[in-house]
Design a protein around this ligand. Structure first.
Ligand SMILES: Nc1ncnc2c1ncn2[C@@H]1O[C@H](COP(=O)(O)OP(=O)(O)O)[C@@H](O)[C@H]1O
Ligand SMILES: Cc1cn([C@H]2C[C@H](O)[C@@H](COP(=O)(O)OP(=O)(O)O)O2)c(=O)[nH]c1=O
Length: 148
């Protein structure tokens, strides 16, 4: 996973950022923090060392953490056409630890990581994301007060 992430960074992400493009990424190193660090209980310092080897001091500028109750998440997964992966068959305690990992991350990196309720509609969630980007001056041409 770490090798794949480094390849992804070197060949796609870093060159795109150099060109001034925006890069949008699902999961990324914070999932390693929550899943390997907490879920698999490998610990924070192990993940920090791994992340340092994989990407140096690089960090995303902004990370959204979508929060959803266990019940609602499982219900959505049942409706989804995508088959469940190995991790989704892990026991409940594993997922509780992963969830704790994300909460710890939100506390430790409150500037970069923004919690977002995923219980609302896709449109409301999208609006929340646009608003946050505008408030944090990522969209200099957009005035947050003009958003619905
Ligand atoms: N805000 C939402 N409201 C209702 N259903 C949603 C919402 N967001 C995602 N879904 C549905 O939930 C399922 C899983 O979402 P997805 O984003 O693929 O999760 P993951 O990346 O964790 O696998 C999909 O079927 C998707 O259509
Ligand atoms: C990115 C990442 C994912 N995972 C886990 C979480 C997922 O259950 C599984 C697959 O992730 P992924 O392929 O990103 O699928 P999805 O976002 O559709 O669930 O791997 C880790 O354990 N560590 C990581 O660093």
């Amino acid at each position: 996973m770490a090798a794949a992430r480094r390849e992804h960074l070197r060949h796609l992400v870093w060159p795109a950022l150099e060109e001034g493009k925006w890069v949008l990424c699902d999961r990324f190193s914070d999932s390693t923090f929550a899943y390997q660090g907490f879920g698999h209980e490998l610990g924070v310092s192990f993940v920090e060392t791994l992340n340092q080897l994989t990407m140096g001091n690089f960090q995303p500028d902004l990370t959204f953490i979508f929060q959803l109750s266990e019940e609602a998440g499982l219900a959505r997964k049942k409706e989804s056409l995508v088959s469940e992966d190995r991790y989704e068959r892990f026991p409940e305690e594993f997922h509780r630890r992963v969830s704790k990992g994300y909460l710890a991350l939100l506390e430790a990196e409150s500037q970069r990581c923004v919690p977002l309720s995923a219980h609302t509609s896709i449109e409301v969630i999208a609006d929340h994301i646009w608003r946050t980007l505008a408030e944090r001056h990522f969209l200099s041409h957009l005035d947050p007060s003009t958003l619905s």
